[in-house]
Each structure stands twice: as C-alpha cells, then as structure tokens.
Write a new protein. Structure first.
Length: 429
C-alpha cells in the first residue's frame, strides 16, 4: 500500500515523514492548528487520492465526528463505527451497555442528577466511593469520597473540573476498588460479526498522573479462571455492540474479581506487546477489516506464545516533577538483537518540540518466559543512549529491579509508592 503522512511544522524532520511515500504539512506546531485541524487533514487525503485514514492513537482517533466527516468525503476511517465510538466515549453509557451485555461492571450508578442523589446512592454503594466524569477517562474529573461529609465538596469539584475539561459536567459513581490491577483486553472484530480476543495486558505500572510506564502480556499472576472470564466478557461485549476493528476493554482486577471500567476504540500505545505474543500485526488487521475483509481466523487459531514487556522512553525532567522536556537529542542509540523491538520517531540530532506527548520511543522485549523477557529488557535499556534530555530509562531499570516487579505482584499503587519512597537524590539522577 502507498502511504501519505501528515506532519506539523514542528515535525518536519520526524521519521514518519521520511518513511511514508508522500508527506504533507497540515499546520503549525500547536496541536489544534495541525493534528486536530480536520479540514487540513481531510483536504490532504483528498488531493493525494487517499482512500482511507488511519488516525493513530491520539488526537482524532476517538473522535466520532471526525470518523463521520471521513465517511462524508468518501474516505474510510480505519476504526469502529462513529456510533460505537460515541457510545464508548461516554463512560456512563459504555458501562450501561456493557452491563446489558452481561459484563461485570464496578458497582455504582448511572449519571447523578444532584448531590442529594449522590449522597443517597453512596449509602447504597457503600463508602469509599469514586465520582467519575462521564466525558472523562484517564482520571480527569475523578474524586474519591471517603465519608458523607465530603460528598458536597467532592461533587462540586468533580462536576466543575469535568465541565472545565470537557464542557460536560455530568458525573456518575462507583465503589472504590482497593489495590486493583489495571488489566486490559485486546479485541478485533470484522464487519461480519466475527470477534476475537488477543489476550490481555497488565498496565498497572502507572505514574500518579495515570501515565503508563511499563506494560506486559500476558498479565502475571492472573488466575486461569479470571483470565478466561475477562477474555470471554470482552468478546461477548463486542458482539453485543457490533464492534468492528481494533479495540481495548479496560478492567480493574482484584483477586478473582474483575470489573469492566472503560473501552478504548483505538489501537493503543502498548499494542506491540500483544503483537509479539500473538505474532499478529494489529495495524495490518485494522486495515484489512476496514477494507471489508473477514478476519480469516478463529479464536482457536490464536495461540499465545512467550512473554513481552514494553518500556516507554519519555523525555522528562525528574527534577521537575517529570515535566516534559523539549530540546535536541545530541546522540541517540537504540538497542537491537533478537526479541527486541523499538518504535520511535527520533534519531541523533532530532529536536523534541514542546507541543506533544513526551514519549520519544517504546522498547519492547520478547522472551520465551517472563524472566527471559525481563532480562532482555534490562539488556536493551542498558544499550540505549539518549543524550541531551533526561529520560525514563533509568526509572524503568529501577522498576524492573524491584521485588514487586520481579515477582509480578504489583498493582496500581506500586509506582506512586515507589516514587514517594525514593530519596529526592535518587529521583534527581
Ligand atoms: C477506579 C479505581 C478504583 N475503583 N475505579 C483511574 C483513571 C481512570 N481511567 C479510572 N481510574 C481508576 N478507577 C474504581 N471503581 C482506581 C482507578 C485508578 C487507576 C486505574 C488504573 C490504573 C491506575 C490507576 C491509578 C489510580 C486510580
């Protein structure tokens, strides 16, 4: 297939610009003026004769309106139907739909109409509870409420933050699940009603800001029973909503209990770990499905093999609360060798602009066993050189060396706790 890349003025030198057959600038560095500039992106596709747009994993990837506009211009949006994107984008709706499909969801409520309703509901659900923004996801507009006395303030601040962030202040309530793991299921559905799961990823190693740092597949210490329940629920849910293309269902897992949390209607940053253990090219599958081809295989044909781990290499300043760092990468050397994959847009001499996510590379290591994958990841991280900005390389090595990571017993509290424990001097290296 021939490819056309779009880029901003700040990304002229980016690797994807060279790798595509053609590349066109869609505007200045700031995101709203280029990567969110729908008219510029659509007109680029039309003048270059594109028949489809792959939206990637940020920016417009979960924008139902963009998917509709593509269709209006005769362009295939590589992703699910706009109606499904919209339904899953509203988190309270997504939960309701999943519950109807028989998926285990976190005990809680639909949209709350008032603080009085919230107080009454919390008595039913049982404290501690969480207020969550229905337009949210990723923790914006989320508040923990431990006691009835805290409800008024929490409700006011959750709705205000949701209104300010999403122009939609509506919130719903969930029981707070203590010390869960974040485990997500990869799915693919074609336009003929066939749906398969490609196992799960444990994404519990997250910073206090909810940014993932290390992901792996399969999830360590997930019982066969819980795993089977997760995968079966994910496939059932997708069949129920007529899901097409690639998607991810996020669950909280606590012991044998699994709770659906949210669904992401795009390919995700951490998809390479799944690609490695299932020997599939998920982006190729997305394109085939969007082209109207059937999956061509069944669940029983998909066999998990080995273990894969991904470390995110971000340009961040550990001395300044991990603030993103812009600057020139004087020297960049990436690892290689068997079982090591690097996804990146940077190289020696590249500029990291101030406008975008701080992630500059992903390093993925595969091994026949989890221990082998960890050993390979440590070797790969030690081979990696990024001079000119601070990165998360050392942090990832420190995490891999902890007993919790080694044993695979970590949960979502692990990294925040580790960061708080680290001496300021250690955090500053
Ligand atoms: C939760 C939860 C505990 N109980 N919901 C955080 C971001 C958003 N996607 C949902 N989040 C959570 N929802 C209930 N009912 C704990 C979190 C949470 C979390 C989830 C996954 C990974 C890291 C996390 C860090 C803090 C809180």
């Amino acid at each position: 297939m021939r490819t056309v890349a779009v880029f901003s003025e700040a990304d002229r030198e980016s690797l994807h610009v060279r790798q595509a057959d053609e590349a066109f600038c869609v505007g200045p560095g700031p995101v709203p003026r280029s990567y969110l500039n729908i008219p510029n992106i659509i007109s680029t596709a039309l003048v270059t004769g594109c028949d489809a747009i792959h939206p990637g994993y940020g920016f417009l990837a979960e924008n139902a309106r963009f998917a509709e506009i593509c269709a209006d211009h005769g362009l295939t949006f590589i992703g699910p139907k706009p109606s499904v994107i919209a339904a899953m984008g509203d988190k309270a709706t997504a939960k309701r739909v999943m519950k109807d499909a028989g998926v285990a969801t976190t005990p809680g409520t639909d949209i709350l109409a008032s603080v009085d309703e919230a107080r009454a509901a919390a008595e039913q659900v049982g404290y501690p509870v969480l207020l969550k923004a229905t337009a949210g996801g990723g923790g914006k507009g989320m508040r923990v409420v431990e006691r009835p006395e805290e409800m008024e303030r929490a409700y006011a601040s959750a709705t205000a933050e949701a209104e300010a962030s999403f122009k939609d202040g509506r919130v719903y309530m969930e029981k707070l699940i203590l010390n869960p793991r974040h485990i997500e299921v990869q799915v693919l559905g074609d336009e003929f009603g066939n749906v398969v799961s490609l196992g799960e990823r444990d994404c519990s190693v997250q910073k206090p800001s909810h940014q993932k740092l290390i992901e792996e597949s399969p999830a360590p210490h997930l019982s066969e029973k819980a795993r089977a329940a997760l995968l079966e629920m994910a496939v059932r849910a997708c069949k129920h909503v007529g899901y097409t293309n690639a998607g991810t269902l996020e669950f909280l897992v606590s012991g044998e209990q699994v709770y659906f949390m949210e669904m992401n209607t795009r390919i995700q940053v951490e998809h390479p770990v799944t690609e490695m253990v299932y020997s599939v090219d998920l982006v190729k599958e997305q394109i085939r499905i969007a082209a109207g081809e059937p999956l061509g295989y069944e669940q029983k044909d998909l066999q998990l093999r080995g273990h894969a781990i991904e470390c995110r290499i971000n340009a961040e300043d550990p001395r300044n609360n991990f603030a993103p760092q812009a600057g020139t990468l004087q020297r960049v050397v990436f690892p290689g060798g068997p079982g090591v994959r690097v996804d990146t847009h940077v190289f020696s001499g590249a500029m990291v602009p101030p406008y975008y996510d701080s992630m500059i590379a992903k390093i993925i290591a595969f091994g026949a066993t989890r221990d082998a994958a960890i050993a390979r990841m440590e070797r790969a991280l030690r081979e990696t050189v990024v001079d000119g900005v601070n990165t998360t390389i050392r942090q990832c090595l420190e995490i891999l060396a902890t007993p919790q990571f080694r044993e695979g017993t970590y949960d979502i509290g692990f990294l925040p706790h580790l960061l708080a424990q680290m001496e300021p001097a250690a955090a500053e290296r």
